[in-house]
Design a protein around this ligand. Structure first.
Ligand code: SAH
Length: 244
């Protein structure tokens, strides 16, 4: 019986891989991976392991999800141990749920191996805790993929008036609209925010600013990048450690 491991690869720093993920990577007959998984992880595979790449550098032209689902399924017919390696955590904007459901419908056994999501670990490597006593009592992880101006947007913008930390994934190209929208709902123009690019890797870049100036400051910053909005960003002054 073959088994598919829907596996989180962590945010970039290879040492942030879980021991369980590390074990299945070593055992895999095939590894199906995408753009965000650190390619060094593949070096840990046994000899003869097959690698299937299902992403392209330009995030807008990735393989359609239906084709990825089918690719995983077809490989489960061929191989005993299939590792589907995904950046961060497979269930945090990773479409791991869809992949698991596809396998369930076809009676293929699977396991989920959670990973360290970029949403929390990338701010941590920038010296920004997502919660902090007296500063933020909760945090939200929100898709930045759709423009806030979209009429059918399901994002509850009106709820973002509080000082809870907001982390936008996949939002760099919508940064102008996102920062503008947050000012529109009543956040001060000088409200702290940051853009963190290639977090946890040697190429990590952190740009700190306000809702008003972050677009200008973050110009040209490469993807993958996340946006973090909240007073916790100010803690970086004391807590920055990784780039020191
Ligand atoms: N499942 C992943 C997220 C997939 S969505 C996870 O749990 O981390 C892809 C988005 O994640 C990117 O657009 C970016 O916003 C964020 N991201 C992933 N890796 C990142 C990194 N190393 N630095 C900054 N942002 C990252």
């Amino acid at each position: 019986m073959s088994k598919v491991y829907l596996t989180g690869a962590g945010p970039g720093d290879m040492e942030l891989l879980t021991m369980k993920a590390f074990r299945v990577v070593k055992e895999a007959d095939v590894i199906i991976y995408d753009r965000l998984a650190n390619p060094d992880i593949l070096k840990e595979a046994k000899s003869g392991c097959e690698f299937v790449y299902v992403g392209k550098e330009d995030g807008r032209h990735i393989m359609p999800q239906d084709d990825i689902n089918e690719t995983i399924y077809q490989n489960s017919l061929k191989y005993e141990t299939v590792v589907r390696l995904k950046g961060g955590d497979p269930f945090v904007f990773g479409r791991g749920g869809e992949e698991a459901a596809y396998l369930f419908e076809r009676n293929v056994g699977f396991e989920i191996i959670p990973g360290i999501t970029s949403a929390i670990s990338v701010p941590a490597y920038a010296g920004i805790p997502v919660t902090h006593r007296g500063v933020a009592v909760s945090f939200r992880v929100v898709t930045g993929h759709e423009s806030p101006n979209k009429k059918t947007s399901q994002i509850p913008w009106e709820n973002f008036k509080t000082d809870d930390t907001i982390i936008f994934l996949m939002g760099l190209h919508n940064l102008p609209q996102i920062s503008q929208k947050l000012i529109e709902i009543g956040k001060p123009a000088d409200y702290p925010c940051a853009v963190i690019s290639k977090g946890t890797t040697p190429d990590q870049t952190v740009v700190v600013g306000t809702l008003e100036n972050i677009v200008e400051r973050a110009e040209g910053v490469p993807t993958p990048a996340l946006i973090i909005v909240g007073k916790v960003v100010e803690l970086r002054e004391q807590l920055e450690w990784f780039q020191k």
